[in-house]
Structures are given as C-alpha cells and as structure tokens.
Design a protein around this ligand. Structure first.
Ligand code: NAP
Length: 273
C-alpha cells in the first residue's frame, strides 16, 4: 500500500538494527489485510530507550515490538506489565492504551508454543530447554503452561538452576545431561548455531521420534536440526517461533487473526535476499 498522511507507523526497537525480518513480515501482513500501516525498524541505543517509549505517546504509535538488548530494560519505562510478561521477566511488545498507558506484554512464549504445537502437544511430555537466557525464560514458561515436565540445561549451570527455580521447572543441569533426560521435546535457546555450523549438544543425545525446535533461525537449517533429522527426530525451524510471535503481535494490535503463511513467505523472501 502507498504510504500517505493517514498511514499509522509502528515498528520494532532494537540495537544495533542489523538485519531484522520483522518489518518484512508485518508489512506483508498489513498489505494482505488492507491495513494502512507501515512497520519500521528503529535503531535505539539503550540511553534513548526511555525517550523512544515516551515518543510513542507523543506520536500516537500504537504498538512497538522490543528486541535485543531492550527486553528487560524496557520494563522500567512502562506504566504496566501484564502478568505473563512479569512472570517471564521480559517484554517484547509495548502497546499504547486509549488512556495513554504504556503496557508491556510478551508474545515470544506464545510464538514458541505455537511452533512446537505444529508437531506435538506438550501436555505430559518430557521437555528440555537448552539455555538460560531471555528466550529460555519464554520457552520454559510456555512448556510449563502447556503441561510439560521441563528441565533446563545450560552451559552455566547456576543460571539454569536459578531459572528453573523461578519458573517452577522440574530440574536443571549442564548441556551434557541431555541424554539422561530422554526428552520428547528439545528446544535450543542457546545462541550456539547462530551464523555457524555448531550444535550445543552431542547428536547421540537426541532420540528418534523426539521433536526438536531450534530458536536460532539464521541459518534456517541449523546443525542441531540437521543432527535431529539424521537421528530420526522431527525438526521445527526457529522461523516458526518468530512468525507466530509476530502473528500474536498483529492479533493484539488489529484484533484480527494474522495471515501467518504470508508472514512466513515474507520471512523466506528476506532470507533469500
Ligand atoms: P541470551 O539471553 O544472551 O542467552 C544466550 C544463551 O546461550 C545462554 O544460555 C548462554 O549460556 C548460551 N550460550 C551462548 N554461547 C554459548 C556457547 N558457546 N556454548 C553454550 N551455550 C552458549 O540470548 P537470547 O535472547 O535468549 O537468545 C538466544 C537465541 O535465541 C538467539 O540465537 C536468538 O536469535 C534466538 N531467539 C529466537 C527467537 C525466535 O523467535 N525464533 C526469539 C528469541 C531469541 P550461558 O548462560 O552459559 O552464557
């Protein structure tokens, strides 16, 4: 759609801006649904985060996505944080209410859960989350909400233990304990594999029939997913987590179901660019 005087501006704040696929996905969704809005990537250094959020009120920007490194720091600049984002300890979406309130929420966990549910219902399953950073918090919360028994395994075991206790996971340990867990669901939220051909775990720890999701989405086919396929496990690309978390942001803002296939295609086009 052509950008005009009535076009609503929204977007994502992150630093450095680098290469984010969010604008491509959201702009494709707006175009497909005939919504007169434009989604921009704002490179906001940490010292300007508060100014950027106050700018939402001044400029009438109804929704901003929040990405690295702002997902935790943003909380200090909000009027309210919903219960889920508070439990996870991170906000990836800020909405401007009609009363001018800035409200923080988190859609990463829903994105992760919907992606996993493409292949398996987590209820009653043994699940392992690899990693103990921001993405891990969302996935541990999501799998717990969905009724899985969740273990957290991380390079720095003390961080895994802390996260497991805070979010009520079943237990924690090191990355080399994966084979002991006989996991039916494995989710990698470490940054291992991002832009490299490495995996955080020994492929022999992956059981045939397990469902393995990699939150890393560059490259789309990571070493972990290749290992999973070779072991007879089912892989889920991190792209789906990203698409579904964006779809939830779209739904929260527009009140309409998002065209997820169109958003996924936009992601693919960016990957090919
Ligand atoms: P983060 O908070 O910085 O956490 C990084 C995690 O990776 C920590 O658990 C860290 O372990 C671990 N790690 C880093 N280097 C490692 C290494 N060499 N060996 C073993 N473990 C290592 O990052 P994040 O925000 O959670 O993001 C993690 C990944 O998820 C990134 O690749 C990001 O792109 C991806 N992600 C994807 C989505 C999606 O929608 N698909 C959403 C969010 C994030 P220590 O605690 O030991 O340092």
């Amino acid at each position: 759609m052509a950008i005009g005087t009535e076009t609503t501006v929204c977007g994502i704040v992150l630093h450095p801006a680098g290469h984010t696929r969010s604008p491509a996905m959201h702009n494709a969704a707006f175009a497909a649904c005939g919504i007169d809005a434009a989604y921009h990537a704002f490179d906001v250094p940490p010292e300007y985060l508060g100014d950027a959020l106050r700018g939402m009120r001044a400029l009438g920007i109804h929704q901003l996505a929040v990405s690295i490194p702002h997902k935790e720091a943003v909380i200090a600049h909000l009027d309210r944080v919903d219960e889920t984002a508070r439990a996870i300890g991170a906000v990836n979406t800020v909405t401007l209410g009609s009363d001018g309130e800035l409200v923080g929420t988190n859609t990463d966990w829903i994105g992760g859960l919907r992606a996993i549910e493409r292949e398996i219902q987590p209820q009653g399953r043994r699940a392992v989350v690899l990693g103990a950073g921001g993405a891990a918090r969302g996935l541990v919360y999501a799998l717990g909400q969905a009724g899985a028994e969740v273990w957290v395994l991380n390079r720095t075991q003390s961080r895994a233990a802390e996260l497991a206790e805070q979010l009520g996971a079943a237990g924690s340990g090191g990355l080399d304990e994966l084979s002991d867990r006989e996991a039916e669901i494995i989710v990698n939220t470490t940054s291992v594999g991002l832009g490299s051909d490495e995996s955080p775990v020994d492929p022999r720890a992956i059981h045939a029939g397990a469902v393995v999701m990699d939150a890393v989405y560059v490259p789309e086919q990571t070493r972990l997913l290749a290992d999973a396929a070779a072991r007879g496990a089912v892989g889920i690309a991190g792209k789906w987590m990203l698409v579904y978390q964006a779809a939830e942001q779209f739904r929260l803002w527009t009140g309409r179901e998002a065209p997820t296939e169109i958003m996924a295609n936009a992601f693919d086009r960016e990957a090919d660019a």
